[in-house]
Ligand binder design. Structure first.
Ligand SMILES: [Zn+2]
Length: 311
């Protein structure tokens, strides 16, 4: 079910994750840093001068062939459905008269944290070497060997060894690390369910943001590499996200690929579940397909980004 035509189109999209200052209600002593809200506010001011900010509803109408996007159209997006987005992004967007598109995980109260966020808490508490040693000690010998082999494979692909470790854990050992990571969180950080229930947006916050002109898209249920899981899991993740969105948004829905991991099979699963557009993590403002819409990382924009056109 997708009425959207895959015509090439132009749209600049920004992507943000954590928006917080150390010590604020989002960081809450976790040690997990983020992009400072004051810097985000400066981006909004400059974006309003250099671009024509649009909402997800505007992009939906464009993709459906109902209305053209203005020149230098800009969409602001946020991944992971974090408390940061309610406390630090929403009020600033509202004050600027802007609408953001928030890709939230299909979580329910009591579900706990997804792997990337478990790793963020544990890395902030133990550091890379401490976490690696603690995890290896809790894994079965053959899984420990798999982790070391996967890390040796991924480490050269990243400039930061933390990224090589995270990719190895999240891509190759997602099932095997589940219990060990839960145990490490309980031992070193705290009760995972209460952490998660505060860390992710709750239903009341989502409703308030929708009432305030914000929009929501899907980001899966467990934050897997969708190009790396079974077809059955990819389909189930898309279906869970669509079910989460149905009471919140009018379809066809928007989706952001976790870690940017996507392939043709994933796009087909999304289309079948009711998604009409999907966003990647690849920079670029010219998009050949609505299922591969590139985005610029708001935390790593090149100098002069708000002064020059992109393509
Ligand atoms: Zn994510």
């Amino acid at each position: 079910m997708t009425p959207y035509a895959p015509v090439p189109f132009r749209l600049t999209v920004l992507m943000y994750h954590y928006l917080r200052d150390l010590g604020d209600d989002c960081e809450a002593g976790s040690g997990i840093g983020g992009w400072p809200p004051s810097a985000f506010e400066a981006h909004l001011e400059r974006a309003c001068r250099a671009y024509h900010p649009v909402s997800w509803a505007d992009v939906q109408a464009h993709l459906a062939g109902q209305a053209a996007l203005p020149p230098r159209a800009l969409l602001i997006t946020f991944d992971d459905g974090l408390l940061d987005h309610y406390l630090n992004a929403f009020p600033r967007l509202q004050a600027a008269g802007l609408s953001g598109l928030f890709f939230a995980l299909a979580r329910r109260p009591g579900d706990g944290l997804t792997h990337p966020h478990r790793l963020h808490f544990l890395l902030a508490r133990l550091g890379l070497d401490g976490l690696r040693a603690a995890l290896l000690a809790r894994l079965a010998p053959h899984d420990a060997a798999r982790l070391l082999a996967a890390e040796a494979h991924y480490r050269p692909l990243w400039s930061d060894p933390v990224d090589g470790f995270k990719t190895a854990v999240q891509r190759e050992l997602a099932a095997a690390v589940s219990q060990p990571l839960a145990g490490l969180l309980a031992e070193y950080v705290g009760d995972e369910r209460s952490l998660a229930d505060r860390y992710y947006l709750n239903a009341e916050q989502v409703a308030a943001m929708r009432a305030g002109g914000m929009h929501f898209g899907g980001h899966s249920q467990t934050h897997p590499w969708l190009d790396f899981v079974s077809a059955a899991q990819a389909a189930a993740e898309a279906a869970a996200s669509a079910a989460w969105l149905r009471p919140v948004e009018r379809g066809p829905f928007a989706f952001a690929y976790p870690y940017g991991g996507c392939d043709e099979r994933t796009a087909a699963h999304l289309a079948a579940a009711g998604f009409g557009a999907a966003f990647t993590t690849n920079a670029g403002a010219q998009h050949a397909s609505p299922y591969h819409i590139g985005r610029y990382d708001g935390e790593a924009l090149p100098a002069g980004f708000f002064e020059v056109p992109h393509g």
